[in-house]
Structure formats: structure tokens, C-alpha cells
Design a protein around this ligand. Sequence first.
Ligand SMILES: C[S@@+](CC[C@H](N)C(=O)[O-])C[C@H]1O[C@@H](n2cnc3c(N)ncnc32)[C@H](O)[C@@H]1O
Length: 276
Amino acid sequence: MMLRKLYYILPPSFRLLARRLFFLPIDIYNKIFNKNIEMVPPRGLIYTGSGDFVKTGKVFLKLFIDYGNLKPHHRVLDIGSGIGRMARPLAFFLDENGSYEGFDLVDTGVKWCKKNISAKYPNFKFQKVCLLNDLYTSSGNNAKTFKFPYKDNEFDFVFLVSVFTHMQPDEVKNYLDEIGRVLKTNGRCLATFFILNDYTLKSMDKNFNFPVNCGEYRLMDKKVKAANVAYNEDYLVNNLISGNNMAIKNIIYGYWCNHEKSEKYSFQDIVVFEKL
Ligand SMILES: C[S@@+](CC[C@H](N)C(=O)[O-])C[C@H]1O[C@@H](n2cnc3c(N)ncnc32)[C@H](O)[C@@H]1O
């Protein structure tokens, strides 16, 4: 918790730099002794969360198949594509009829993915969008009015892993409307959240909780609003998710509060929607 607080004090570009410096020795060692794994970035560049990069990607691929009905020929949209943690397993899974689009705010991640994934898999495209998010960027447009750069009814499957957990309510609402627009009828979206309900409010860990109460949602940090955001379940289901042409198919609670750690779940809670 203390380390996390210190990390939040730094401006976004310094957070990236601090990480690079911290992992520099191990990254140099891996380079010299050829320990790098295909399509896995150096540790210092992985700004998108702790945990095993390859394993987390594999766990989500299975969740995409099981809950998102993902098929190898699908056209897929990865919102907040980071530095390719989800694109990597998808590159092995999608066939030549399938395709992938990813967009993100952080240049380092988008550039790395273009160089290391699109170069080998031309049906994988990444783009940077200029939006403000106080955890990741220092300037940019407001995500609450952002229009996705894709046509209506274009995607079979859309996902956001650990992205709505860094976004404010009006931004989430706009993104859900946009997802409803770009998904094909019966297409699915899988998105992770931190969901607050009677149970999670009681059982949150003292090292991972949301002390800043903003009514319908809670923040982990008062100053860095995007650091981590958790939503009241009623508000999420009845306000944010309703009215955008999508229905909830499943809620799979994660092990941040609800279960023992297991590959059947993710750390965060998952909501699966289907376009009507
Ligand atoms: C915790 S990382 C997760 C990255 C990736 N989804 C993964 O699981 O590896 C959160 C990502 O969301 C991106 N992000 C934050 N706000 C966003 C927004 N409004 N639109 C798109 N991406 C956003 C950040 O730049 C960051 O790369």
C-alpha cells in the first residue's frame, strides 16, 4: 500500500521511468543471456499490472472463449490494449480470417506492439489515442466524448481488461454506448470491474481497498482519480450498463474479494454483455 502511494505521487511519465530503472538489471541480464520470450516485453516496459504476463494472457483467452464465445475467425477489439498482454495469446489463437484492433493512450505500449506483434501478424493493428487519464497521461481529450475510430456493427467480440477500473462514470457510460455501436448483433463484450456490494464492502483487504467514497463509486486514491475505481453493483447494472442496446449475460466475481485465487476467475470481477 505504501509503495503504491509513492508510485501515485509521481507524474505519469516518471511512473514509467521508475519502472524501467527498477527492472533494468534483470532486463539487461535477460537480454545478454537470451532469456527473452516471444512477444513478451522486457519487465521494465510492462506498466500494465503485476503478475505473470504470459499466464494472465492465457487465463483471459480461456475466459474470452468460454464467456465471450470467441472464435478464431472473429474480428476483435481490445480497448486499452496496453503492451500486448492480451494480444499475445490472441495472435496464436485467431486464424487468417480473424483480425484484431487495439487502442491505448500510452505510446510506449502501442509502439512496442506494432514492432513486435503487427510485424509478425499483419492482421493485428494498434493505435494510440490522445485521451487524458491521470494515472497514464498528463494531457489529452476527455474520454467521455470520445468516438471510437471504427464503423457501426464491426466487431464480433470486444474486451476491456483492467480498463474500466481506471475510468470515471461518465467515461464508462460513453464507452459502453460506443461498444453497443461497434458490436455486431449478438456480439459479446467482456469487461472487468471492481464491483461493490454488501459482500465486497465487508470483505475488502486492508492492503487493497477503496477508501474514497464518491456515492455511486469509490476511489483508491483521492488525488489520482484513475488509480483504481470501484462501482456499486446496482449503479453499474441499472445506470451505467442500461440503455445501450446490450444485455448482461454473466457476472463472474473475481478473487480480489470473492474467491480463493484460481485460474477459473480473474483478480477483477468480470461482466459479459451481449448486443441485442
Ligand atoms: C492496467 S492497464 C491494462 C492493459 C491491458 N488491457 C492489459 O490487460 O494488459 C490499463 C490500460 O488502460 C489504458 N486506458 C486508460 N484509460 C483509457 C481509455 N479511456 N481508453 C483506452 N485505454 C485506456 C491505459 O493506457 C492502460 O494501458
